[in-house]
Design a protein around this ligand. Structure first.
Ligand code: RB5
Length: 154
């Protein structure tokens, strides 16, 4: 299965995004860099929104794992908060390989959020690899993630 990986960042995640793109371009993934293209200060919600819309427009919410996103900011936190405002996006901030594996296996996360000010590039690449290689286990985990979409507004 050829995978498409969408990436975006803000200025605080630009260097790590660039390093991850370089690593991904050595694989058979299709890589789409959604910006920014320089380190000028910018607002992470705009890039989280752009990636989420592109992911959802790809016609899937990550169920098949064919299209996945990676968002990088200083901590990964703002990106995950913003991306998770979109129904169908399951964005997970991961600081180690175990979290990354579980985010896919149990939560079927379709967006990995990383913090450039939290992780060194080597660890971030390992976290990314763990995320991309772990399959969703389905079963009871599918039932649980489906409950996300049943929440009503107050
Ligand atoms: C930018 O300074 C920083 O606030 C941003 O990259 C991110 O960490 C927000 O969650």
């Amino acid at each position: 299965m050829t995978r498409t990986i969408l990436l975006a960042s803000d200025h605080g995640g630009f260097a790590l995004k660039s390093a991850l793109i370089q690593a991904l371009r050595k694989t058979d993934c299709v890589v789409e860099d959604l910006g920014p293209d320089c380190t000028n200060s910018c607002d992470y919600p705009a890039y989280a929104d752009k990636l989420a819309l592109r992911l959802l427009a790809a016609g899937e919410d990550g169920q098949s794992g064919k299209v996945l996103g990676i968002l990088v900011c200083g901590t990964g936190l703002g990106m995950s908060m913003a991306a998770n405002r979109h129904v169908g996006v399951r964005a997970a901030v991961c600081a180690n390989e175990f979290m990354a594996r579980m985010a896919r296996a149990h939560n079927n996360a379709n967006v990995l959020c990383l913090g450039e000010r939290v992780l060194g590039q080597g660890l971030a690449q390992e976290v990314m690899r763990a995320f991309l290689s772990a399959p969703f286990e389905g079963g009871r985990h599918q039932r649980r993630i489906e409950q996300f979409e049943t929440y009503t507004q107050p």
